[in-house]
Design a protein around this ligand. Structure first.
Ligand code: GLN
Length: 494
């Protein structure tokens, strides 16, 4: 049983196709870990056991018939709870969503269905994907399976914890400013945020629409390639969806990096970076060199502007997107109001948590007529400068290597008291969203406390294959991605 859960998604898919085990067996094994509470990490908000077993049955039929079968057919997954699932409660980890049952399926869910996926349920997250620790969830924090006293990162903390703890073979998350890559890094899994527009956002509950992107969390780069092959592609229901070639990433994986140049922005390895993280991330360069890549250092001075620019734009868009939650159209409604204004006010006061309110207030402020030019317009201009700096770097380098986060996972409760410090810890991830680029986080070792460290690979727009190739090459030569926390191996967690 434990062995079954230790396979990667692609490996499990292969065993299922060969008939070496049934989809039901795989699904039940995962459900047992989730329901058995073996984990105690609160990764799931909703478990859809019955639906999963029905999907398992259908996937098995397909496998037997040999029709519509792909690498992930029958492989059980789980979904971040800001992705709309038809008839399955979607909460965004917020009280204000109440018992919202989406009347439609997100495009990515339709695509998973077509691929014969099994969905085990919905994963915990920071409320409305705002946060870096999964502590702002109305459903309580998720814990890091490597150390239950530490956070799993956020906002896709449930997704990263579930994959790390072997409660599912892969997960879909969303990344607005690092929410896939940072929890992947804290939990020792591989997470990929695709190019902006490469995956449809239809059915993803919006946080900051110009930055939001759905992506994958899994054990390996190979798994991420298989997942992106399923979910990428043009969608007429998302106006920002790209008409780009899709599919073929898994088949195209190539670990030979001869002729590839990797740039290391020295600005990202200076003050404020934990020495263990620094050493582990830099050691990735040596492995890539061993596979034929050339590595060079360069300067990326725009890094000093990325956090304020991101928080102005993200908050502005959040304040606008979240205005729809007013207690009238859907979700939760406050009791005992006097008039319409009072209904809005009470519902939003009681329905949103304090981090979400902070973002709405900040966003409303930077969009207000007196400050629009000084903050919002200025931030849009700086966003352009940041994007140009990356475009420039990609005329010289095929990939950029940098840390994902300045430290490994902090202790529960450490971050919330100081929001500014938490925002600053997003320094290495937000630029990728501002520039609309693809980025991947992969495990590259452990710090002195035994917590996983992640390294980030960034590529030019639609450079997913180049990123995945480098991560695949790295994972051929290392086994950090194969290590699991003691709890997932059936033992005690530290
Ligand atoms: N930590 C960042 C924020 O709070 C990023 C979150 C995300 O990517 N959804 O905004």
């Amino acid at each position: 049983m434990q062995e079954l859960l230790s396979y990667s998604a692609v490996e499990l898919g292969r065993l299922l196709r060969r008939g070496e085990l049934s989809v039901r067996e795989a699904t039940e094994a995962a459900l047992q870990v989730i329901d058995g509470g073996q984990s105690g990490n609160n990764a799931f908000i909703t478990v859809t056991a019955e639906q999963a077993l029905a999907q398992a049955e259908r996937a098995q039929q397909r496998l037997l018939a040999g029709e519509g079968v792909g690498p992930l057919t029958g492989v059980p997954a789980a979904i971040k709870d800001n992705i709309c699932t038809l008839g399955v409660k979607t909460t965004c980890a917020s009280k204000i969503m109440g018992d919202f049952l989406p009347p439609y399926q997100a495009t990515v869910m339709e695509k998973l269905e077509q691929a014969g996926a099994v969905s085990l349920g919905k994963l915990n997250m920071d409320e409305f994907a705002m946060g870096s620790t999964t502590e702002t969830s109305f459903y309580g924090p998720t814990r890091n399976p490597w150390d239950l006293n530490r956070v799993p990162g956020g906002s896709s903390g449930g997704a990263a914890a579930a994959v790390a703890n072997r409660e599912c073979w892969y997960a879909l998350g969303s990344d607005t400013g690092g929410s896939i890559r940072q929890p992947a890094s804290y939990c020792g899994v591989t997470g990929m945020k695709p190019t902006y527009g490469a995956v449809s956002r239809y059915g993803l509950i919006a946080y900051a629409s110009s930055l939001d992107q759905i992506g994958s969390l899994a054990r390996t780069a190979e798994d991420c390639a298989a997942i992106l092959d399923v979910i990428m592609g043009k969608d007429r229901r998302d106006g920002t969806s790209l008409d780009a070639p899709c599919g073929g990433l898994l088949a195209g994986l190539n670990p030979d990096l001869t002729g590839k140049t990797v740039g290391i922005p020295v600005d990202c390895f200076e003050d404020g970076l934990d020495p263990d993280v620094r050493a582990r991330v830099l050691s990735v360069a040596d492995v890539l060199k061993g596979r034929g890549a050339k590595v060079e250092e360069f300067r990326l001075p725009v890094m000093q502007y990325v956090v304020p620019t991101y928080y102005i734009i993200a908050a502005a868009e959040a304040s606008s997107n979240l205005s729809r939650f007013d207690g009238v159209k859907y979700g939760w409604r406050a009791q005992g109001y006097e008039d319409l204004t009072d209904l809005y006010c009470k519902t939003r006061t009681e329905g949103f948590g304090s981090e979400v309110k902070r973002r709405i207030l900040l966003g409303t402020f930077v969009l207000s007529s007196g400050y629009y030019d000084a903050f919002y317009r200025k931030a849009l201009q700086v966003k352009h400068v940041i994007k140009s700096a990356f475009d420039d770097a990609f005329t010289k380098y095929d990939l950029i290597l940098m840390p994902v986060a300045p430290t490994t996972a902090p202790k529960l409760g450490e971050s919330l008291s100081d929001p500014l410090k938490m925002y600053l810890s997003d320094i290495y991830t937000v630029s990728v969203n501002l520039a609309g680029l693809p980025g991947l986080s992969m495990p590259c070792g452990f710090d002195r406390r035994g917590m996983p460290v992640g390294a980030q690979l960034i590529g030019p727009a639609l450079g997913e294959q180049a990123i995945l190739n480098a991560a695949y090459a790295y994972q051929q030569d290392t086994d950090y991605h194969k290590q699991a926390p003691a709890a997932a191996e059936g033992g005690e967690t530290a």
